[in-house]
Design a protein around this ligand. Structure first.
Ligand code: 5GP
Length: 200
C-alpha cells in the first residue's frame, strides 16, 4: 500500500522569506506545493495557475459553498483558499504536500489534520523584515504598514507551531526544513504501522 505523503504547513510574516524558501525547497525535493485560489489581483510577474488561481469574489464564495476548500481565510482584505481535492489526491499518491498559508488557515488545518507538521519562518530581526518588505516594492505605503503591524501579531502565534526556522539564508532554511521532514518521517508513530502485522 502507498504510504500517504506528509502535509507540511509553512507560515510566517510577510517578508520573512517563506515564498522563496518554499520555491527552493520544492525544486530540491520530491514534493508538491499547493496552488491556492485568491481574490487578490496578480502582482507583476505572477501567473494564473502557477502562483495562485486568481478568481472573482463571486467564484470564491461559490467554492466555499461547494466545500471545495480544505481551509480558507481573509488576509489583508482578500480571500485565500486551499483546494481540497487536489491536496487529498497528491497526499494519497504518497507525495508530500506543502501549504504556504497564513496563521488562521494553519489553525484550521490543525483542527482537521492532526498529523500535519507546522513550521513557522522567522526573519533574523524585525528591522530586517521591514527592509525586505520595502525592497520587494510591491506594497503601497498603507499596505506596508498593515503587513508590518500584522507581522508583530502573527509572531505571537508561534507557540501553535511545531518548529521555528530563522531565515538567515535560503539555503540554510531549506536544509533545516529537510532535516525537520526527515526527523518527522522517522517518528515511531509514523513507522510502526508498517510493522504491526509482523509483531507475532
Ligand atoms: P500574498 O498576498 O503576499 O501572496 O499572501 C498573503 C498571505 O496569504 C500570506 O501569508 C500567504 O501565506 C497567505 N496565503 C496564501 N494562500 C493561502 C491560502 O490558501 N490560505 C490561507 N489561509 N492563507 C494563504
Amino acid at each position: 500500500m502507498t504510504k500517504r505523503g506528509l502535509l507540511i504547513v509553512i507560515s510566517g510574516p510577510s517578508g520573512a522569506g517563506k515564498g522563496t524558501i518554499c520555491k527552493d525547497f520544492v525544486k530540491k525535493n520530491n514534493c508538491w506545493i499547493s496552488v491556492s485560489a485568491t481574490t487578490r489581483g496578480p502582482r507583476v510577474g505572477e501567473i494564473d495557475g502557477v502562483n495562485y488561481f486568481f478568481i472573482s469574489k463571486e467564484d470564491f464564495l461559490k467554492k466555499i459553498e461547494d466545500e471545495d476548500f480544505l481551509e480558507y481565510a481573509e488576509v489583508y482584505g482578500n480571500l485565500y483558499g486551499t483546494p481540497k481535492s487536489k491536496v487529498e489526491s497528491v497526499l494519497n499518491s504518497g507525495k508530500d504536500v506543502i501549504l504556504e498559508i497564513d496563521i488562521q488557515g494553519a489553525l484550521k488545518i490543525k483542527e482537521k489534520v492532526s498529523e500535519a507538521i507546522f513550521i513557522f519562518i522567522l526573519p533574523p530581526s524585525m528591522e530586517e523584515l521591514k527592509q525586505r518588505i520595502i525592497k520587494r516594492g510591491s506594497e503601497t505605503p498603507e499596505s506596508l504598514t498593515t503587513r508590518f503591524k500584522a507581522a508583530y501579531q502573527e509572531i505571537n502565534f508561534i507557540s501553535k507551531y511545531d518548529y521555528a526556522v530563522v531565515n538567515e539564508t535560503i539555503e540554510e532554511s531549506v536544509n533545516k526544513i529537510q532535516g525537520i521532514i526527515t526527523a518527522e518521517k522517522c517518528r515511531v508513530g509514523r513507522v510502526i504501522n508498517d510493522y504491526i502485522d509482523l509483531k507475532e
